[in-house]
Design a protein around this ligand. Structure first.
Ligand SMILES: Nc1ncnc2c1ncn2[C@@H]1O[C@H](COP(=O)(O)OP(=O)(O)O)[C@@H](O)[C@H]1O
Ligand SMILES: [Mg+2]
Length: 253
């Protein structure tokens, strides 16, 4: 379980999060939707402890991570796999080295069978073992995402955080990634938090959806509940309309 309670985060005068409450139970896939710059990536970074909140509290399982020292926080961070926005592979390393990058730090004992780890994880994301020797420059956008995902799961995390997993991909490759998210969910029994503004992907992969707007979660529910929501913010966002309260908020900002 991951829990955020009254979380605030500002960067100078930019008050990004202003009291975020969220709870993600074991085994669930929660998707956080919201416009660009609303603080979705910041929320993921707070969950994993890459950023610290200004106020509020954060728990990972039974441990409150809000004020943990670096060593103890590191123990909690091992539980997370993070698919960064844009995959963020190391260009000078091979696919295999990229996949093993986190394992070296987080689960060195798995390196006894490094080759097995690489092949198994490539298999999970639907790539052949031969891909291990390639460099990122030799991969298509979709393959890079898959390798990023193989790297995120290499140390066998309990939680997977996906930051815009389908952004920049064509519709078919997006659906391949959605299918992968679902299959990892099923096979690895992980708990996932997905950040996206792709509604098709959201409906497909989520058990629950939360919408972030002006620093708070303004709506939360099952895909069905969100689809039939009467909340004007939600209605505007999911239909992708330029007309409505979200645009107004931007104009008056
Ligand atoms: N490390 C940082 N330093 C300063 N500002 C940041 C930092 N990270 C994010 N921000 C700002 O916080 C806001 C939310 O960013 P982000 O979470 O990346 O938005 P998004 O919802 O698009 O993922 C943006 O205005 C961004 O510029
Ligand atoms: Mg982002």
């Amino acid at each position: 379980m991951i829990r955020l309670q009254g979380v605030h985060k500002a960067f100078g005068a930019n008050r990004v999060l202003r009291g975020v409450d969220l709870e993600i139970p074991e085994g669930e896939t929660l998707t956080i939707i919201g416009g660009s710059g609303t603080g979705k990536s910041v929320t993921l970074k707070l969950m994993v402890g890459l950023l610290r909140p200004d106020h509020g509290r954060i728990w990972v399982d039974d441990t409150e991570t809000t004020f943990l020292n670096e060593d103890k926080l590191f123990e909690e961070q091992k539980k997370f796999g993070f698919l960064f926005q844009g995959a963020a592979l190391f260009d000078s390393l091979t696919v295999a080295e990229n996949i093993l990058f986190g394992v070296r730090n987080l689960r060195p004992e798995l390196l006894a069978n490094a080759r097995g780890v690489v092949e198994q994880k490539l298999g999970f994301v639907g790539l052949k073992p031969e891909v291990a020797l390639l460099k990122p420059a030799e991969l298509s956008g979709g393959m890079k995402k898959r390798v990023g995902l193989a790297r995120a799961i290499a140390h066998e995390p309990k939680y997977i955080l996906y930051d815009e997993p389908t952004t920049g991909l064509d519709p078919i490759m997006s659906d391949v990634i959605n299918e992968l998210i679902l299959s990892l969910q099923e096979r690895l029994k992980v708990t996932s938090i997905v950040v996206t503004h792709d509604m098709k992907s959201t409906y497909k992969v989520s058990n629950r959806i939360a919408m972030l707007h002006e620093g708070r979660i303004v709506a939360e529910g099952t895909p069905r509940e969100i689809q039939s929501s009467e909340n004007p913010l939600v209605k505007q966002f999911i239909t992708g309309s330029s007309q409505g309260p979200i645009q107004m908020a931007v104009r008056h900002a």
